[in-house]
Design a protein around this ligand. Structure first.
Ligand code: BES
Ligand code: MG
Ligand code: ZN
Length: 478
């Protein structure tokens, strides 16, 4: 379900209208009567922020003020939040079409409000029956604002679409979204956006000796895949690529180190990193950003079975490192390690991975941010954090101190795949670092990848976190 977004060429009349105002002096443009004007002023004063609704029975007016306090990024987020509140009103009133009329405020304010509204309007309805499907859906937003160009609207549409794509993939159960199916989705995205996609099948993965990915896959009846997506425009500003790596565990039961049932319930989200990098490269390619970007997604489910990899096993990874498996539930690092070693062959400018890697990251900061760690990329990390602040996909830095390496030393192999009870998010990052030799940023998105209930414009289920972050970061390079 996509929401239609268009530029309105004429000033709307008699339509359901969302007015964006800078202050009360803009009210005279709205054609309200005296009572309505007084009421809006009173509501605005009492609520300070929030959307004010006027029900004219034939149509509805919604009034949003962009006069909030705070930093630029806080204001942006506040506008998205107002957009999300507006969406709630629209749905409540069964409104299918509305116009956003920008009376006061900047084009950025309008963009952010529309973005919040549209992101809030996402619904995963594939498995709903027809009657349910058509219930309560807002379908079309026209934007009336002289400063907003068709290009701006195209970009907004694209960003929202890319987030929807990532959310859809996360929300798909493994019953549909197996590793081979996940790769098929990438191929389709590549066709649509014009980036190259290559999928390695099990045979190829075996011939490459990707031991980590193959080990995790041993308990599965579906083969693993390793997908390479490449956007290499002729006018790229960089010779060395930015490489994204996304964790593609299409379902994580924990394997033989089986998860308790309530921790397993949401584990279809464990390919959220893969979905994020695919959504990002889709948006980057479709926007034709002049930046050379590659995305790698190792994919499999993680299950217990007769042949499943087993605590105590020693696995030889793609780069030759040996890993003692002490918990089969620490599978993300096993498959990511192979992808990170594989990334060396591109001589990358920077590698960024996105992974629902540890419960420890989620416990440390919850759903409000992701955990980030960096090696040899201080400046890039700051830039990524800035992009994160702009789009409100925030990153909290955790250390890559070498002291933590003690925790992942094995008695019998080069490494072990768990680091004990303390600092779980960090020891996972340190494990991954072992397989890199380039500037590297690790993003653990376990907290914000999947929500059990809606939060502003982040709808229930998959959030698509990472898409807007990576798109915005790459755009800043263009
Ligand atoms: N996919 C999980 C991490 C996760 C937890 C993601 C909660 C999203 C929400 C990961 O594979 C995992 O199971 N990690 C273990 C690691 C441990 C065994 C060292 C964990 O966090 O418990
Ligand atoms: Mg696990
Ligand atoms: Zn996992």
């Amino acid at each position: 379900m996509e929401t239609i977004i268009r530029k309105a060429l004429r000033k709307p009349t008699a339509a359901n209208t969302i007015f964006l105002l800078k202050g009360n002096s803009d009210l005279k443009e709205l054609g309200l009567n005296t009572d309505e004007t007084q009421w809006v002023k009173r509501m605005h004063r009492s609520k300070k922020s929030g959307v004010i609704e006027i029900n004219r029975y034939k149509n509805h007016l919604f009034i949003a003020y962009c006069d909030g306090q705070g930093s630029r990024t806080e204001k942006s987020e506040n506008m998205r939040k107002l957009g999300s509140e507006t969406q709630t009103f629209l749905v409540k009133n069964k409104i299918e079409r509305a116009v956003l009329q920008v009376v006061g405020g900047s084009k950025e304010d309008a963009f952010n409000l529309a973005e919040g509204l549209l992101l809030a309007n996402y619904k995963f309805s594939k498995y709903k029956t027809e009657t349910d499907k058509n219930d309560n859906s807002f379908e079309e937003l026209d934007i009336y604002c002289n400063d907003i160009t068709e290009d701006d609207i195209d970009e907004l549409r694209l960003i929202v679409e890319a987030v929807y794509i990532a959310r859809d993939m996360v929300n798909e159960p493994v019953q549909y979204l197996t590793a081979p199916q996940f790769s098929k989705e990438f191929v389709a995205l590549g066709k649509e956006a014009g980036f190259k996609v290559e999928v390695f099948n099990k045979k190829k993965i075996e011939s490459l000796k990707m031991g980590g990915l193959l080990a995790v896959n041993r308990g599965s009846i579906d083969p693993p895949t390793f997908t390479i997506m490449e956007w290499k425009p002729k006018n790229a500003v960089n010779k060395k690529p930015y490489v994204f790596v996304g964790k593609g565990v299409v379902y994580d039961t924990g394997g033989l180190s089986l998860k308790p049932s309530n921790s397993m319930d949401t584990m279809k989200c464990d390919m959220g990193g893969g979905a994020a990098v695919a959504g990002a490269i889709y948006a980057i390619a479709k926007a034709e950003l002049p930046v050379y970007v590659i995305a790698l997604v190792p994919a499999t489910d993680n299950r217990p079975d007769g042949n499943a990899y087993t605590p105590g096993d020693v696995i030889t990874m793609f780069d030759g490192t040996t890993v003692e498996v002490l918990n089969t539930d620490a599978e993300g690092r096993m498959i990511l390690a192979d992808a990170l070693s594989y990334a060396k062959k591109y001589d990358p400018k920077l590698v960024i991975d996105a992974a629902t890697l540890t419960g420890a990251a989620a416990r440390a900061i919850g759903a409000n941010a992701m955990v980030g760690m960096q090696v040899k990329s201080e400046t890039e990390f700051l830039e990524l954090q800035k992009a994160g602040a702009r789009v409100h996909e925030r990153i909290v830095e955790f250390p890559m101190w070498d002291e933590y390496n003690e925790q992942i030393k094995s008695e019998i192999a080069d490494l072990k795949n768990i680091g004990g009870v303390d600092a779980g998010a960090i020891t996972a990052g340190k494990f991954l670092e072992h397989f890199t030799d380039y500037p590297y940023i690790h993003l653990d998105i376990a907290g914000p990848a999947f929500l059990s209930k809606k939060d502003k414009y982040r709808t229930v289920g998959g959030t698509g976190i990472g898409v807007r972050l990576l798109y915005n970061f790459i755009k800043s390079k263009a």
